[in-house]
Design a protein around this ligand. Structure first.
Ligand code: RP5
Length: 162
């Protein structure tokens, strides 16, 4: 089995329908990844261990999704220099604006690359991770170029009635 390059972590099982978008993209591009539930609040020791071992385990990108008081991406960024891409999960109470604000406003020195709220953000996180890895992986770069060309080709030039 290929070495895992991307860690997809999320604060709760309830984040999985959103974070699966990132997993689906990485799967389509044949990028080895793992998925874990790692909560900043409910399992802080798990968060710490994951961040502490990320470099030695060979992770090259971490995609971290959380909702509400979404501290997971920022705390992970504080624990490892592996780049963290943050996904604000859409919440019921505040529609994900709470998640976005919790993730995006990092203090100088510990960045999180923050995506859009919800499913589109998770899919883009998968693509961003693949693009980072493609800088040093020509085969993946080729697969990404084809993926992007296929998407462009699927967009009609004119709108149609339903
Ligand atoms: C956050 O709280 C999780 O990332 C999730 O988005 C949110 C709600 O979690 P559950 O109560 O559904 O487990 O930590």
């Amino acid at each position: 089995m290929a070495d895992v390059k991307v860690g997809i972590i999320m604060g709760s099982q309830s984040d999985w329908p959103t974070m699966k978008e990132a997993a689906d993209i990485l799967g389509a591009l044949d990028v080895p990844f793992e998925t874990r539930i790692v909560s900043a609040h409910r399992t802080p020791d798990r968060l710490w261990d994951y961040g502490k071992t990320a470099v030695e385990r060979g992770l090259q990108v971490i995609i971290a999704g959380a909702g509400g008081a979404a501290h997971l991406p920022g705390m992970m960024a504080s624990k490892t220099r592996v780049p963290v891409i943050g996904v604000p999960v859409q919440t019921r109470a505040l529609n994900g604006v709470d998640s976005l604000y919790s993730i995006v406003q990092m203090p100088k020195g510990f960045p999180v690359a923050t995506m859009a709220i919800g499913a589109a953000g998770a899919a883009n996180a998968g693509l961003m991770a693949a693009q980072i890895l493609a800088l040093t992986d020509p085969a993946l770069a080729g697969r990404l170029d084809r993926w992007r060309a296929d998407l462009s080709a699927s967009i009609p030039e004119e709108p149609a009635d339903d």
